[in-house]
Design a protein around this ligand. Sequence first.
Ligand code: GLT
Ligand code: MN
Ligand code: MN
Length: 388
Amino acid sequence: MAPYTPTPDDRFTFGLWTVGNVGRDPFGGPTREPLSAPYIVQKLAELGVYGVNLHDNDLVPIDATAAERDRIVREFKQALSDHGLKVPMATTNLFGDPAFKDGAFTSADARVRAYALQKTMASMDLGAELGAETYVFWGGREGTEVDGSGKLLDALGWFRDSLNYLAEYSESQGYGYRFALEPKPNEPRGDIFLPTVGSALGFIATLARPELFGVNPEFAHETMAGLSFPHAIAQAIDAGKLFHIDLNDQKMGRFDQDLRFGAENPKGAFFTVKLLEDSGYTGMRHFDAHALRTEDEAGVWAFARGCMRTYLILKEKARQWDEDAEIQAALQAYRVQDAGVGEAATRFSPENAAALKAHAFDRVALGARGPGLEQLDQLTMELLLGVR
Ligand code: GLT
Ligand code: MN
Ligand code: MN
């Protein structure tokens, strides 16, 4: 097989809404014809993808009758089994319909909050029927433009109550979902609740069943917040909470671009791949991105192939980085292992603390040491640029 050709073992996934994106934006209508779900399944399987994820309404229109729903789901399941594709993750569209214009779980209207619960339970039923194990909550409309509404604290409480309710529903149905909260700082709302990975992690600790919840960080969303994606996922990994990941790319300070993975910030993409691979992350590598609005259908499949090829190329680069003697020597020199104080700084005891307090450090020498980071970073750049 040609190098960098994906296979299902790579656990790459796309959403129906990603390759199915028709190129609509706030200033113009679609530039591409819609692709049917069974056709998307066939094309993704041909590309070596492992699975396809969906919102309820990516597959079943919001106003479908029960009979229409059953027919659509039957045809979709047939396509999945014909082409050997899985549905690892499902989620709810709680942002498209005007009913959710001022929030779903955090709407000030109790009827909307109840409807959001009802819609999500139906969508969880659908996801379970398709075999999904991860359930994502992206609260796109959960936010405000008008803080004069005074609902900031109430909204977090309503959000918590809804997530607690849905976790119990999942458990009572025996679905066994792991839930992943997806943060985003803004767009479509002026300010979205739980804007960053750190906010979501803090909120999870306040839920009734925190062990069922993790995060679904997205490269573009942390970047929109001016933050580092590798740092965000490192914190999620450290907390044991990286349940899912949305890979794409983004220029800082722009609208949500959802660019092809690695298209804008290959170095950030490299350290993202390296963290996932080094940490032993076993979840899906989901690409939540779409082809540029300029593209036709051929451009859509070039986009999808490109996301996966870039991941695999960077995975190979990460392996080279680990095996590069000069890089490893620079790393070793950077990390000074022995603090010269024996056990005193490794574990608290009154004796250790007394010994550490009595130790004489050469503060000036500590400050004078050059850690070699310029050279280390240049070596990384040269490796990424292909001259090592
Ligand atoms: C929407 C959003 C994404 C979320 C999807 C899941 S929907 O496309 O921009 O970041 O991951 O609800
Ligand atoms: Mn996005
Ligand atoms: Mn996303």
